[in-house]
Design a protein around this ligand. Structure first.
Ligand code: PLP
Length: 436
């Protein structure tokens, strides 16, 4: 067999082994498919032939429906920063439950959590809560279009801002019907070209400081600062989607860059592991949501201030996620990424993890990656093979190669992951793309 055929055969074998080891997960999906399309209610989780059903988590470990134990290197796509049921957060949730759920009114916790968030993210002079990052982006865009009286929104190819704001491989047919203008990530010339044409109608430039779902491709500082200047020149608001990147430092990626967006959106871990989103920024823009004003914009949401999220988020920020803890987590992530990439270099395999701090994604090329174009056309099979091999050896990550560390993921877990990847790559070396 030539190498491509051998790779296909190895992949088929790996998938057959996966199927044989996981009858409980396969059965669960088949039963779920009777009531959920494809057995799924969250598209990102699905992969062929069927995803694992997880039964339980503790610290940074997971157990699936067939009783296998995993090192959780995915950390709920960055939302699971605290690990599974951190004792402080569990206690805060139990304490909140004692006082009753669904109080049908303001509570003291929402302002307390807002204050903690503002203390970290200085650009959020005023903020409001939502139930997800998607909603936060929808509201930020609404605020920007109302504030500017303009209709267009500049976004980037490969960006992901939520289930209805997705720009990977072209705009999704389920996207909300804003008038989107799409530019290339890390390419200011492409932004200037769009702005030259549409600048007077652009309400907002919406950007992830690092493309997250688009492959953990960091925005170059000059690119992001350039967007700040362009937004000012054309009178658009600059919206930083920090739903994923806010965890890169105590003040998010914007603090590391020394850049002040007009609006910022947040989500994921900031709700302590429960459903969460927030949008906020310049007081003059956000003040339109003040219901005491005659021209107030409405922003409803039964669960915007839900008791459990407010309690869990507050406990996380005040009692667990100190600036020291977040720095240590991101340093550990940098060490992990360096060591994983060393494994590929040592074995001459053309694979790499890109990312920042504690968040990274695997790509099947060793060339520099500045935009999704640079990974288009890479052979997906090597990544798929490594995914199934790592699962077999007890490492759980996203099928697309995303890793996000949680606080309980310590130095011993870094060693465990590196040793496992080393063994997998050594065993498959002949089948992996060769470094040039
Ligand atoms: N923005 C970014 C950068 C994200 O990564 C995500 C989710 O992965 C979202 C927005 C949407 O957040 P949610 O899944 O909470 O709606």
């Amino acid at each position: 067999m030539n190498p491509p055929d051998r790779l296909d055969a190895a992949l088929a074998d790996a998938i057959a082994g996966y199927r044989a080891r996981n009858p409980g997960s396969e059965r669960q999906l088949a039963e779920a498919a009777e009531v959920l399309p494809g057995g799924n209610t969250r598209s990102v989780l699905f992969h062929a032939p069927f995803p694992l059903t997880m039964a339980r988590g503790e610290g940074c470990r997971l157990w699936d429906a067939d009783g296998h134990r995993y090192l959780d290197a995915l950390g709920e796509f960055t939302a699971g920063l605290y690990g599974h049921s951190h004792p402080v957060i569990r206690q805060a949730i139990v304490a909140a439950l004692q006082d009753g759920l669904n109080l049908s009114s303001h509570t003291v916790r929402e302002a307390a959590l807002a204050r903690e968030i503002r203390a970290r993210f200085a650009s959020l002079q005023l903020l409001r809560f939502t139930n997800s990052g998607t909603e936060a982006n929808l509201l930020a865009l609404a605020a920007a279009t109302v504030h500017t009286g303009r209709r267009k929104v500049l976004v980037f190819d490969g960006a992901y801002h939520g289930g209805v704001l997705s720009f990977g491989g072209g705009a999704s047919p389920v996207n909300v019907p804003h008038e989107f203008v799409v530019a290339c990530y890390n390419d200011l010339d492409s932004v200037r070209a769009r702005v030259q044409r549409d600048g007077a109608q652009i309400a907002a430039i919406l950007v992830e400081p690092m493309l997250g779902a688009g492959g953990c491709i960091p925005g170059e500082p000059a690119f992001l600062h350039g967007l700040r200047a362009i937004a000012d020149e054309c009178g658009a608001l600059l919206i930083f989607d920090e739903v994923m990147t806010s965890r890169l430092s105590s003040g998010g990626r914007q603090a590391q860059l020394g850049l002040t967006p007009d609006l910022t959106t947040l989500g994921k871990y900031l709700g302590g592991g429960l459903s969460f989103g927030a949008f906020g920024g310049r007081a003059d823009v956000m003040a339109r949501f003040d219901p005491r004003r005659a021209d107030a914009l409405a922003h409803a949401g039964t669960f915007n201030n839900n008791v459990l999220t407010m309690a869990a988020g507050l406990a996380g920020l005040t009692e667990v996620l100190t600036p020291h803890a977040i720095e240590a987590l991101n340093r550990r992530g940098e060490r992990l990424r360096t060591r994983l990439n060393d494994v590929f270099v040592r074995h001459g395999a053309a694979l790499q993890f890109t990312g920042l701090g504690s968040v990274m994604t695997l790509h099947a090329t060793n060339r520099p990656i500045a935009s999704p174009d640079h990974v288009a056309g890479t052979d997906p099979r090597a990544k798929e093979l490594l995914f199934f091999d790592l699962l077999e050896r007890g490492i759980f990550l996203a099928r697309r190669g995303l890793i996000a560390l949680s606080l309980p993921f310590g130095d011993a877990e870094v060693d465990e992951f590196v040793a496992t990847l080393d063994a997998v790559v050594a065993a498959r070396r002949e089948l992996l793309p060769v470094a040039d």
